[in-house]
Ligand binder design. Structure first.
Ligand SMILES: O=C(O)c1ccccc1N[C@@H]1O[C@H](COP(=O)(O)O)[C@@H](O)[C@H]1O
Length: 195
């Protein structure tokens, strides 16, 4: 089970996520209480070993802005969240980074349909910690895809059984307050997702 811990903004939490076995960490560079600047994202990304994918998360920014921020941060992947057109993914191909398309369940759920490498199927409201009907996507996405939206250490097993994803992605469910991550919750989430 591939696990991405998203919305990290403190070095301590990057270290905990890595040590607990996260496959990817997300650094939010769009409007959010979890937002980090490209230079802060670069500091955090530098703490992750090469086997951990560092993902810059964007939503609605013009592609040139995404390109500059991703390069300044030195991330290994770009996540375009929401209704980005296919052309945005095409325009970023030459960066040579892993491209991640994050959408709600009413979108095209074929991984690679927009030339992305990885698909995330999320709740309608991104990063809000709202559980949704995970059974609705079971068997629908093709290829490698992550389930997101309202996951936490207490429900991630049930969500995996409901949707059968290749991986999971969490932000709010490992926080003690909006935008404030918690080391114990990060560890519990990873344990539960892999149990
Ligand atoms: O985390 C955010 O604040 C965020 C903002 C804008 C776009 C995406 C964002 N995060 C993504 O939301 C899901 C996790 O949501 P949840 O909080 O666990 O319900 C994940 O894909 C994040 O990358």
């Amino acid at each position: 089970m591939f696990v991405k811990i998203c919305g990290l903004s403190e070095p301590e939490h990057v270290e905990v996520a890595v040590e607990a076995g996260a496959d990817a960490i997300g650094l939010v560079m769009t409007a959010s209480p979890r937002r980090v600047t490209p230079s802060r994202a670069a500091e955090l990304a530098a703490l992750a070993p090469s086997h951990v994918l560092t993902v810059g998360v964007f939503m609605g920014e013009p592609v040139e802005e995404v390109r500059q921020a991703a390069q300044a941060a030195g991330v290994g992947a770009v996540q375009l969240h929401g209704r980005h057109p296919h052309a945005d993914f095409t325009a970023l191909k030459d960066l040579g980074l892993t491209l991640v398309r994050a959408v709600a369940a009413d979108a095209d759920l074929r991984t690679g349909a927009f030339d992305e490498d990885l698909l995330i199927v999320d709740a309608p409201r991104a990063g809000a910690g709202e559980p949704w009907d995970w059974t609705a996507v079971r068997g629908r996405p093709s290829g490698n895809w992550l389930l997101a939206g309202g996951l936490d250490p207490g429900n991630v097993r049930q969500a995996i059984e409901a949707a059968r994803p290749w991986g999971v992605d969490v932000s709010s469910g490992v926080e003690v307050a909006r935008g404030v991550k918690d080391s114990a919750l990060i560890r519990s989430f990873l344990r539960a997702a892999r149990s």
